[in-house]
Write a protein that binds this ligand. Structure first.
Ligand SMILES: [Zn+2]
Length: 465
């Protein structure tokens, strides 16, 4: 394979004016030289591939395209449940939790496999090579989402590095089934230890703060015991903090220290905090103190902003004031957390086509592009940060960094897993009455800014293998 007129971009070479011709044989770089094709071929951009640090593998697309009333998969319908009665009516958080519980009762192996494989296929086509896949485990789902995820992980292993996160969406210490849910998770971790890389829980679904703290404590202890990464869905509200309602983020830090995470957990394991929308209500001083505490603690804490879900779930009118159109659209201000507070953070797609996020696709670049507006992040250096948020920063958060944050091009080296953005010379359209086609010069993407502000079509993206 010959890659001509290549621009190399990475976190250490955001602007590269050198154009390279790269010969690849058997997946290895055989020859690199200054390009002789600058004038004759459109430029290509080679850069670190994309990552979903947080995506739900068992519940995508339950509301879109796969139900019996719209089954175009030619499969026996009894294996593919109809979810059409679970379409959002209010779009509220409680409705999403309750409809997701109802959906879970209908999962079948075939249905989980179909929707999961659709998500993975779409992700790969968009340029993703690694991801953390959340699969729910509780007294309703039993082992089925996990065994299906293990099968998908194996079948896609030549294309995607998939981390499986066994995830408790439901309470572990409250309600009728808390104890049952806990024992399901404990037995899955024991029986499938080799296939699972992370443990995730949702402390905010517990019935009291005390139970939420128990949830966190148990998750830390269990992650250490099984050698897992830890991943919390946390502080998913926009309440003003009060002495009795401090963000649980602070408690996670305290409990990690109390349980000596640094001393006991494997050094390669990270702690990821997703959503954390309540942190947006903190003062600058409190945020700076939080950032300072995390940095000083040396704990491997990473925040994942999930803006598509957050904007849908959190951006509600909160009171009967005389400004009902005014809304707090709370989502972590990720670029500022990185630039201004020195925190480790990234962004992810989270959900698509379900009650928590009925819209969207599995495209991380579309998400990064959306971030320009959501975060008012419109500078050239912001474009690089936003790309990093769905690439090397995301990989670092889930501990699959490898060397993919930066690749120099040297002979003998593999470029496997890098993303190649091609450019077309022209966009061609059918001609009018006289028959000659319309030929319009295509926009050329050569920088992070071009790629994030104007994400190229899937056809222009390919993974180097
Ligand atoms: Zn999630």
């Amino acid at each position: 394979m010959k890659l001509n007129n290549v621009i190399l971009l990475s976190e250490h070479s955001a602007v590269d004016t050198n154009r390279l011709d790269i010969d690849i044989e058997d997946g290895k770089v055989r020859r690199v030289r200054p390009s002789e094709h600058v004038a004759s071929e459109p430029p290509k951009v080679l850069l670190p591939a994309l990552c979903h640090p947080h995506i739900h593998l068992d519940k995508p697309f339950v509301l879109t395209c796969n139900n019996n009333n719209n089954n175009n998969n030619n499969n026996p319908s009894e294996n593919y449940p109809d979810y059409s009665d679970l379409l959002p009516e209010t779009g509220s958080f409680d409705e999403a939790l309750s409809n997701t519980s109802k959906a879970k009762e209908r999962y079948s192996k075939e249905d989980l496999y179909l929707r999961g494989s659709q998500l993975l296929a779409e992700s790969y086509k968009h340029g993703v090579t690694s991801l953390r896949a959340f699969v729910e485990a509780d007294h309703v789902t039993g082992v089925l989402p996990l065994t299906t995820a293990i099968q998908l992980k194996s079948e896609f292993s030549h294309l995607l590095e998939i981390q499986i996160c066994v995830f408790a969406q439901d309470p572990l210490f409250s309600g009728t089934y808390g104890e049952a849910n806990r024992s399901v998770i404990a037995s899955l971790l024991k029986d499938h230890a080799r296939s699972v890389q992370a443990l995730g829980t949702t402390p905010y679904v517990e019935e009291s703060r005390e139970k939420s703290l128990q949830n966190i404590d148990w998750a830390i202890e269990t992650a250490v015991r099984y050698g897992l990464h830890l991943d919390f869905h946390l502080d998913y509200n926009l309440f003003q903090p009060s002495p009795s309602n401090q963000p649980l983020t602070f408690s996670v830090i305290e409990l990690l220290q109390k349980q000596d995470w640094l001393g006991l957990a494997d050094k390669s394991k990270t702690v990821v905090l997703g959503h954390c929308t309540q942190l947006t209500t903190l003062s600058n001083l409190d945020l700076e103190q939080l950032a300072g505490t995390i940095i000083q603690s040396r704990l491997p804490i990473y925040f994942v902003g999930l803006p598509t879900s957050d904007m849908f779930m959190m951006g509600r009118s909160t009171s009967a004031t005389n400004t009902p159109q005014a809304r707090l659209r709370g989502t972590l201000q990720v670029p500022s957390m990185i630039k201004d507070l020195g925190m480790s953070a990234c962004i992810s797609v989270n959900n698509v086509g379900n009650a928590f996020t009925p819209f969207g696709t599995g495209d991380p670049l579309q998400l990064a592009s959306w971030g320009v507006g959501v975060y008012q992040a419109g500078t050239i250096s912001d474009a690089m940060i936003l790309y990093g948020c769905v690439s090397w920063l995301a990989k670092r958060a889930i501990g699959v960094e490898g060397e993919a944050g930066y690749r120099d091009i040297i002979e003998g080296q593999s470029l496997r897993g890098m993303l190649l953005i091609s450019n077309k010379e022209h966009t061609r359209l059918p001609g009018g009455a006289n028959g000659s086609e319309l030929k319009i010069p295509a926009r050329q993407r050569t920088s992070f800014k071009d790629i994030v502000w104007d994400p190229p079509d899937v056809e222009l993206r390919s993974i180097v293998i």
